[in-house]
Design a protein around this ligand. Sequence first.
Ligand code: ADP
Ligand code: GN1
Ligand code: MG
Length: 374
Amino acid sequence: MNTVNIPQEAPVLRQVLEAYDLPATVLGAVRYGQGHINDTFCVVCQPQEGDAVRFILQGMSLAAFPHPEELMENFVGITSYLRSQIIARGGDPLRETLSLVKTRDGKDYYTDETGKVWRMMPFIEGTDCFQSATPELFEASARSFGHFQSMLKDYPAETLHETIVNFHNTEDRLRKFQAALAAAPKDLTDTCRAEVDFVLARQADCSVAMEALRQGKLPLRVTHNDTKLNNILIDRVTGQGICVIDLDTTMPGLSIYDFGDSIRFGANHSAEDEKDLTKVYFDIGLYEVYTRGFLEGCQGALTPAELEYLPWGARLMTLECGIRFLTDYLEGDHYFHTRYPGQNLDRCRTQFKLVRDMEAQFQAMHDVVSKYAG
Ligand code: ADP
Ligand code: GN1
Ligand code: MG
């Protein structure tokens, strides 16, 4: 293969690319995107004639996903199901959902010598992926995530593997945090005393959604579970959400998780790892536009109890994510990609600042839902 420009830190890419019968000369591969979990590369190929063609090549994190073959089974099931719905309503399945490029031996993914699983997808062109929101963009993403959930409402949930067990079980996240705290060296726990106390003061909150689920108040649905703004591709021409990506955690869950995780990431104006906490605040205006878009996208599918718990979804996903960043910090940063020591603690601090703001504005958050729930 005439391959140039493979990142030095990823020599395995040569072997992975050999597994694919790409319709052109491979010019190279570069690291791509700002995901915290998978190893994502953009592969550029030049056909004999015409424009260069791009692909996304992803190595699934074994630390996050212990059974990548199950994850890929979910991926194929979900994208095939979405594809038929998109075709039925006259849409373009190659832009509106993800698809896979088969390996030379006709497989959906390639497993390298270390057991790591790689998948190749056509790059969805003419789209942008954003790290922070404008009101228009945020509302567009809300409609798409709501619509994604409503498209999957009749999906046979029992056929989906739980790719990460207890993913949004905040009680379990709390237990894992407590175990990490007990095992961490004192000089490390001393650096995050305030954050540890913040969690310990909110142990009861960690049970709110799980308790509602146990009591049968909230229904289990097929949810995306990682609804960050950067997990949606926005059409460059229309400004609308065109494709929901990062389907690795799509599995049975609560609607309030999808609502909540979007609010966590997008209803503010700062980076997830912003060090200057004076810049980090929950923007209830953005919360309002997201609520409006999400309810529109869900097309009336949410029950009164789900509507009532939406603000809790935002608080809990933000608290939970902060707890997860803190746990990873205490465990030596083995889960989330980090670029510098202490990045997970910085991320945790932004989350807890947002939680405080949401706690202070909780009634107003309820009022917004009531305004749009009709
Ligand atoms: P992670 O799990 O690490 O977040 P993602 O699946 O979200 O991985 O991919 C990382 C980034 O790669 C996305 O935020 C997006 O910018 C880009 N991306 C992923 N798939 C595609 C695609 N099919 N077309 C264009 N960009 C994509
Ligand atoms: C991870 O994969 P990515 O970057 O979209 C994580 C989410 C967290 C998020 C925090 C599989 O999302 O759960 O909320 O980072 N994904 C997984 O930014 O753990
Ligand atoms: Mg992602």
